[in-house]
Ligand binder design. Structure first.
Ligand code: HEC
Length: 193
């Protein structure tokens, strides 16, 4: 019994050694995939061929005059004149009557503006305490006169030492922040100088 088992094992051993040499593996090709599931994506990849379109490409050129949703082109330059012009032409599309707008504006302010402008917008944020040039108070007379559109321009294009925040804060969020700032300005109208 033991002998037969040993012979069987030797046969299996040689069979396996034979297999190793016999099957010529192509090391450049992938191993076989068991349950490939999500390995191959079902949707078209951007660079894939695509028979659904006349030009056979997945990624399509945009048509002339076509614009992305909610990304109307802004016809402004980063200049003080254009900031003033934006103040005349652009109006805040969000209102405090819709629930959540002010809260969102406050959240964005806390995250993106407060480090420089300070909790109450007085220009005493953490970054300023570490030596960054202090912005003027957002509650001051001058800041109160800034129209919503101009403020949108300032946040979008920057002004003086303030960088543009366009890449961090979406347009809608910028408007909501402006809504929040005007609310704070209104609330403190009587107290702040
Ligand atoms: C890196 C610091 C920094 C951040 C972040 C920042 N600001 Fe400013 N901000 C400044 C400075 C500095 C000025 C003064 C610019 C100048 O020299 O005219 C300023 C000016 C302004 C002004 C004009 C004030 C005035 O009286 O002229 C407004 C409005 C304003 N910021 C809004 C915002 C809002 C809204 C955010 C957040 C979305 C923000 N800022 C984020 C630094 C910052």
């Amino acid at each position: 019994m033991k002998k037969t088992l040993n012979i069987l094992l030797v046969i299996i051993l040689f069979f396996l050694i034979g297999m190793t040499y016999g099957i010529k593996r192509d090391y450049l090709s992938r191993n076989s995939q068991i349950l490939p599931g999500m390995v191959t994506s079902v949707p078209y990849n951007a660079q894939d061929e695509n028979e659904n379109f006349a030009d056979g490409k997945t990624l399509q050129y945009r048509k002339e005059g076509q614009i992305s949703r909610e990304l109307m082109p802004l016809h402004y330059q980063a200049t003080p004149e254009d900031a003033k012009r934006a103040g005349e032409e652009l109006f805040n599309p969000v209102s405090d009557t819709v629930e959540g707008n002010l809260e969102r504006g406050q959240a964005v302010f806390t995250t993106f503006c407060q480090p420089c402008h300070g909790t109450g917008g007085l220009g005493d944020g953490t970054v300023v305490k570490k030596g960054f040039p202090a912005p003027p108070s957002l509650l001051a007379e001058n800041a109160r006169k800034i129209k919503d559109g101009q403020m949108f321009h300032i946040v979008t294009y920057g002004q003086g030492n303030m960088p543009s925040l366009a890449s961090q804060v979406s347009r809608l969020d910028r408007w909501k922040t402006i809504l929040y700032i005007s609310e704070v300005q209104k609330k403190t109208l009587t107290t702040a100088k």
